[in-house]
Design a binder for this molecule. Structure first.
Ligand SMILES: NC(=O)c1ccc[n+]([C@@H]2O[C@H](COP(=O)([O-])OP(=O)(O)OC[C@H]3O[C@@H](n4cnc5c(N)ncnc54)[C@H](OP(=O)(O)O)[C@@H]3O)[C@@H](O)[C@H]2O)c1
Length: 336
């Protein structure tokens, strides 16, 4: 089978399409034919080994490979079809159109991947293409997980910092669906897209500092590693919640004090990315409450360009790599 592999850390040019051995599933696993995978910021960070949050550099380097990557195929979020199932699998069947996550196994940048059937793999929304569906799990699962923790009420004021990215673009839509008034923070190029998907207010972080606007919020959902913890806490209304998607260790420690000794809460978490949450997202997509915002779809041979697009930060939404162009001439379009 073909896969996009990287054998050294570096620029997008280290990504190459190679022929690799097609894995066989175990009794409790399924073999998935990948149709499309999201090219994520995290994939780019792993490829280059450059991370916004520095504190886990050494343990991560040991886990991922000290001198070169141990796991050669990136890709954590996908849509595809079940090709075959192990004899102990009862929840999935050959031919099922699915989407999901590979968790830490990665491997979605290949034509096939084997995963335990117990992983987060659920039926694809009927009204999305495979390329659109692959753009859902990362952003949708992380946004939903955090926003549920904030228990957002109708009419609350919510600010989303980093609103134009994979997680943020879902967060804006889910927050609107929860009945809140949404302020989005990102760069100016994304204002039109963010207003289109529901943002009521917009701050361009390159020219404005939302912490100095005088506006306060019931919830701040923050995807930006460099944010000022104290400035964000100060902006919260009484009983306000600060959701930290990208916290420093010092912020995690301070969050314990905030949550224990004030009427505000600071929440950090790693999203579990559960099947229940992905099914909830599927339902919201099928009734038209939310949709993935796909910036561009690249073919398997254009993986380096896909990563460059993710890293240039000019994208309006989510970048997807289609694995289908090798099997047919069909090249899905761009729905940005
Ligand atoms: N806690 C968890 O479980 C968890 C899980 C997954 C990801 N994460 C983290 O969450 C973060 C967001 O992930 P993502 O996939 O949504 O990333 P993404 O797609 O790269 O989105 C980040 C967005 O933030 C914008 N941005 C950059 N600097 C900003 C600033 N100073 N102020 C406001 N906006 C800014 C970017 O805009 P420009 O493009 O214009 O710079 C981009 O639109 C990542 O750092 C990731 O590591 C956490």
């Amino acid at each position: 089978m073909k896969a996009i592999v990287y054998t050294e850390y570096g620029t997008p040019d280290v990504l190459q399409v190679k022929e690799v051995e097609k894995t066989k599933h175990k009794d409790d696993e399924v073999l998935i034919r990948i149709h499309a995978a999201e090219a994520t910021k995290a994939d780019c960070e792993m490829r280059s080994f450059k991370f916004a949050v520095k504190w886990f550099w050494l343990p991560l380097r040991i886990a991922m490979g000290l001198t070169r990557p141990k796991n050669l195929v990136l890709g954590g979020y996908f849509a595809g079809k079940i090709e075959s199932t192990g004899k102990d699998v009862s929840n999935l069947e050959k031919g099922d159109e699915i989407f999901g996550t590979t968790k830490l196994r990665m491997g979605a940048y290949g034509e096939y991947v084997c995963l335990p059937a117990s992983y987060t793999i659920v039926p694809k929304p009927y009204n999305l293409t495979f390329e659109e569906a692959a753009a859902v799990p990362l952003g949708g699962l992380n946004a939903l997980h955090f926003l549920r923790k904030a228990n957002i009420q109708n009419g609350e004021q919510v600010l989303i910092n980093g609103a134009g990215g994979s997680i943020g673009s879902f967060a804006v839509q889910i927050t609107k669906a929860m009945g809140a008034e949404v302020a989005a923070v990102d760069s100016a190029a994304k204002e039109e897209m963010l207003r289109r998907i529901g943002a009521d207010h917009f701050f361009d972080y390159t020219t404005e500092d939302f912490t100095k606007s005088g506006q306060t919020y019931d919830v701040i959902f923050d995807m930006v590693a460099q944010s000022s913890y104290s400035a964000c806490i100060k902006l919260l209304n009484p009983k306000g919640r600060y959701l930290m998607g990208n916290p420093r260790i010092s912020d995690m420690l301070r969050s314990v004090i905030t949550s224990s000794f004030t009427d505000k809460m600071a929440i950090f978490a790693f999203a579990g990315e559960t099947a229940e949450e992905l099914l909830a997202l599927k339902e919201m997509i099928e009734v038209g409450k939310i949709k993935p915002i796909v910036d561009q779809v690249y073919s398997i041979d254009q993986a380096a360009d896909a990563h460059r697009r993710v890293e240039t930060e000019q994208r309006l939404g989510i970048v997807v790599i289609s694995m289908r162009s090798h099997q047919s001439n069909e090249m899905p379009g761009h729905n940005g």
